[in-house]
Design a protein around this ligand. Structure first.
Ligand SMILES: *Cc1c(COP(=O)(O)O)cnc(C)c1O
Length: 356
């Protein structure tokens, strides 16, 4: 039987995506060729790329608003440096919100390019909350934030109003909730958290912010070059892009972001209610900042760990261990995780309470 997969990434994808991807490896579009052996310039694959790019904009409500969607490589980590390379003006500066490990990694790369101002940080509290009172310098080339902190289980519920371009790492909550995406000038996300397999990175960028940094950018790192080449500057990650398209189609056929948001809310509420009710467990993130994608929690008494671990594994649950830097537990409830899987976890938590 299929496991209840709480992996933080690469993560669960819809079952139909696994099945259709497997089919395409054997016989893509009834061509009697595998998707793995055809040219990325073939008509069949170009239409995959075109549809994936336009479906991204459609689902985010960004069609006809001056945005371009790109499927690049190098992971979200590559965007940590492509963002300052393309956007930070020579002798300019950038503003960053420090909400966790990934934000920190982005800051590290930005510092290679110029002055990087940290407008606020929750580091002192081991990143268990989202800072809210801060100002963004109006002379910054851009403001960078991380919408969902995959490791610490916090999520930005609102975003600051600012006159500078807003860049957001949405790796672990893209397509999970409705937002006014037109408030962002550049969004990026590694596919493997909520969109597809590892190997491709989605970048959604408002074209008008590009070409202003005054830097000479190597071609492969230049967003404008990728836009001009329609995301085919070099060989794209053909299979990850195809599997991402299948996930996007699944999302659209199931009512889009607004519909999945309701399911995600139901899943998160079910689990957080149990964490708060059950005296054996404690949540680690500040309540108002709790992530609806990654719920982090601990056992009040660690001596129960062995029993609990055995119980959830026996219930068919996989991937519940916290990030190696934090410990405890982390339940990643991405779009494709069914409500039923969360019920199984909650039942195990109740069972532990009854047993002890
Ligand atoms: C996983 C993750 C990353 C890193 O993604 P890679 O594709 O492995 O480089 C960056 N940011 C966030 C928020 C993440 O969850």
């Amino acid at each position: 039987m299929k496991k209840h997969n709480y992996s933080a990434g690469p993560c669960i994808l819809p079952q139909e995506v696994f099945e259709k991807s497997a089919e395409a490896i054997l016989n893509f579009n009834n061509s009697n060729l595998s998707i793995l052996e055809i040219s990325h310039r073939s008509k069949d694959f170009v239409s995959v790329m075109d549809e994936a790019r336009s479906l991204v904009l459609e689902l985010l409500g960004l069609e006809g608003k001056g945005y371009q969607a790109l499927f690049l490589q190098g992971g979200a980590s590559m965007e940590f440096l492509m963002v300052p390379y393309n956007l930070m003006k020579v002798d300019g500066k950038a503003a960053y919100l420090d909400t966790g490990t990934w934000a920190n990694n982005a800051i590290k790369e930005a510092k290679l390019f110029g002055e990087t101002q940290i407008v606020a940080s929750s580091k002192e509290a081991n990143y268990n909350f989202i800072p809210k009172d801060y100002s963004i310098p109006s002379d910054a080339s851009y403001f960078h934030c991380t919408s969902n902190n995959t490791i610490f289980g916090t999520q930005m519920k609102s975003f600051p109003e600012t006159t500078v371009p807003v860049v957001c790492d949405m790796s672990s909550d893209i397509f999970s909730r409705t937002l006014d995406f037109s408030k962002f000038d550049l969004i990026y996300a590694g596919a493997q958290k909520n969109m597809g397999p590892a190997g491709t990175t989605l970048v959604v960028v408002k074209e008008e912010i590009l070409g202003k940094s005054g830097r000479t950018i190597p071609s492969i790192l230049d967003y404008e070059k990728h836009i001009k080449a329609e995301s085919m500057y070099n060989t794209p990650a053909v299979f990850p892009v195809y599997a991402s398209l299948l996930t996007l189609q699944w999302l659209k056929n199931n009512g889009g972001i607004a519909a999945i948001e309701k399911v995600n809310e139901a899943k998160a509420n079910l689990l957080y209610n149990e964490i708060d009710r059950n005296p054996l467990f404690v949540g680690t993130a500040n309540k108002e900042d709790r992530s609806f994608m990654n719920a982090t929690f601990l056992l009040e008494n660690e001596t129960h760990q062995e029993t609990f671990d055995k119980m959830w594994k026996e219930a068919g649950i996989s991937g519940l261990n916290g990030h190696r830097s934090v410990g405890g537990y982390r339940a990643s409830m991405y779009n494709a995780l069914p409500l039923q899987s969360v019920q199984v976890l909650v039942d195990v938590m109740k069972e532990l309470e009854n047993k002890i």
